[in-house]
Design a protein around this ligand. Sequence first.
Ligand code: SF4
Ligand code: SF4
Length: 166
Amino acid sequence: MGAIDIIRRRLKEDRIPETPDEIGAKKKRPREVAFMDVNLCFPCGKCPEFCPVQCIEYLPAGTMPGRGVQPVQDRFQECIGCYICVEVCALLTDYDAVRMYDSDLVEDVLGVKIGDRPPDVPQTPQPYEEFFSEGGLYRHLGRGSRIRQKMTEEERQIFARERVRG
Ligand code: SF4
Ligand code: SF4
């Protein structure tokens, strides 16, 4: 069993929305959606690898001046609210860069509607630093890992082995 299997099992126990067994797409409006703190994101590339709907991508080249490899951000209108990226970043990296935000809040802040299905045309992600990065208006909302406290010593050792070093 690897770290991602432990994350999935623990999140299921925690009644977080079930993730599809294979790469899937959003089927209902999630209660929360993820945003990365682009200033904290290394980027290690781990959360794009494990997002079950593949909605996390690197920001387009030059989006954040001074950064070579751009940080990642998700296409939040495709996010299913599964928390996997939160746990991956909190438990497998040194960055803890991802938080979940209430969908109603996101709709109000960004002036958008989050629907039951992904948009017909994928929306290019934005940094949203002013809202969801440290020092931004809402970064304090939400929490990091939900499962850290529940992990066994054996599980912690698996995470330690798979941890990405920056
Ligand atoms: S896991 Fe964290 S540091 Fe790595 S790419 Fe995702 S947000 Fe960035
Ligand atoms: S919570 Fe994270 S991993 Fe899950 S669908 Fe949203 S962006 Fe992807």
